[in-house]
Write a protein that binds this ligand. Structure first.
Ligand SMILES: CC(C)(COP(=O)(O)OP(=O)(O)OC[C@H]1O[C@@H](n2cnc3c(N)ncnc32)[C@H](O[C@H]2O[C@H](COP(=O)(O)OP(=O)(O)OP(=O)(O)O)[C@@H](O)[C@H]2O)[C@@H]1O)[C@@H](O)C(=O)NCCC(=O)NCCS
Ligand code: ADE
Length: 341
């Protein structure tokens, strides 16, 4: 949530759980942990833990203009890095539930049939997140994207395929396709939300578009930037920071538009991120100077590119799934003292 200038934001009402079969996903009957002989239990644990690792690695990374980092709340007043860490931990059993959906049903049923059930589980996860954070929207996008990818990873695993990022994303696209298209088709007339209004006003499909179009920002920009930076031996923190910047150059982030739905805010963000990356991103002095300038400008204008943060977390999770189950070790250069964000 962005800081409100002037009026104080009224405290949100205590979030109520959406209707559904219980609110504890770990207690769901499809839980493979109920059968200790089921090897799926370990897979579900491992994949969900790596997804949470993606969220926490993104949260602590700096610099990230406008966003919460370990050294700055960016333009936020009602969340900091600890809020994000608490929120991430709360989501782990929900990601696990999504993997279990994929493991149990994915190989047998058409992928799209899982979506309605998954969406209900996602709404319960949203409720947990809001309860944990006292009503702050910390991870709505990451939760949606992460549960889809976890389900897809379960499907891929059940089919005996390796967790290759492009294939997992393709499966996630299939899982969400029909329902997300239906959401957009009803945008002008159905129940409203920030994302659906952005589509009705500007034709921007936002987080739904990222999935429906085959994850172009993640696969075309975020993940390649992360892979290239790590492949070149760059410190993990800088690799993730540049991944966020690369995403900011392309993501149709409805969080950036703000309530006025001003496209100019998106253009400004993209232009500044492109200039910083063209100057070398966090690898060069000039790039870091431009990132610092961008941070000051976004904070002045209360612009928080939350969608890019969410997609960067997905890039880290996919990379971790694909390369190794355990978390990447810190590299030498990561020990540097925090630069002012
Ligand atoms: C499909 C839904 C998740 C879509 O919900 P909605 O129609 O409301 O769509 P958006 O609001 O447009 O998007 C939801 C969040 O997704 C992030 N996001 C936005 N654009 C993109 C993009 N192009 N690509 C990827 N991700 C994107 C963004 O999340 C981040 O920003 C949040 C903080 O925003 P902030 O403005 O500070 O706070 P707000 O309270 O929202 O605003 P203010 O009041 O302060 O002005 C932070 O959470 C980041 O995560 C968007 O917020 C949903 O409807 C749905 O189906 N949910 C089902 C449950 C589910 O997840 N199921 C699981 C899998 S099926
Ligand atoms: N680092 C971050 N700052 C603000 N919103 C976010 N949503 C997810 N990660 C975020």
């Amino acid at each position: 949530m962005r800081m409100l200038t002037g009026a104080r934001r009224p405290r949100p009402a205590e979030p109520q759980p959406p209707p559904g079969p219980g609110t504890d996903p770990a207690a769901c009957s499809a839980d493979p942990a109920a059968d200790p002989a089921d090897p799926g239990a370990a897979t579900a644990d491992r994949l969900a833990a790596a997804m949470v690792y993606g969220l926490t690695a993104e949260a602590v990374t700096w610099p990230k203009p406008g966003l919460v980092t370990a050294v700055s709340p960016g333009c936020h007043r009602d969340m900091d890095v600890y809020t994000l860490l608490r929120s991430s931990a709360t989501l782990q059993p929900h990601f696990r539930t999504a993997v279990v959906f994929g493991l149990r049903r994915g190989a047998a049923a058409p992928a799209a049939r899982d979506f309605a059930e998954l969406r209900d589980a996602g709404r319960r996860a949203e409720h947990s997140m809001l309860t944990t954070t006292g009503g702050t929207n910390t991870h709505r996008g990451a939760l949606f994207l992460g549960m889809l990818l976890c389900c897809a990873a379960g499907i891929e695993h059940a089919a005996g395929r390796p967790l290759e990022a492009e294939a997992v994303c393709r499966t996630a696209q299939e899982v969400g396709r029909d329902a997300l298209r239906a959401d957009l088709a009803a945008a002008a007339t159905g129940p409203s939300s920030v994302g659906l209004r952005a589509y009705a006003v500007h034709g921007l499909p936002g987080v739904r578009g990222e999935v429906l179009r085959g994850w172009p920002s993640l696969l075309g920009h975020g993940l390649p930037t992360l892979r290239t930076a790590l492949g070149a031996g760059r410190p993990l923190r800088e690799a993730i920071a540049d991944t966020v910047l690369a995403l900011m150059t392309v993501v149709e982030d409805t969080t950036v538009l703000n309530r006025g739905f001003a496209l100019e805010r998106l253009d400004t963000t993209r232009r500044q991120a492109s200039a910083a990356l063209a100057a070398g991103g966090t690898a060069t002095r000039r790039g870091r100077r431009l990132v610092g300038r961008m941070a000051r400008r976004l904070e002045q204008r209360q612009i928080s590119p939350g969608g890019s943060a969410d997609l960067a977390a997905m890039a880290v999770a996919l990379h971790t799934w694909q390369t190794r189950p355990e978390t990447p070790a810190p590299r030498k250069g990561d020990r540097r003292a925090p630069a002012p964000a």
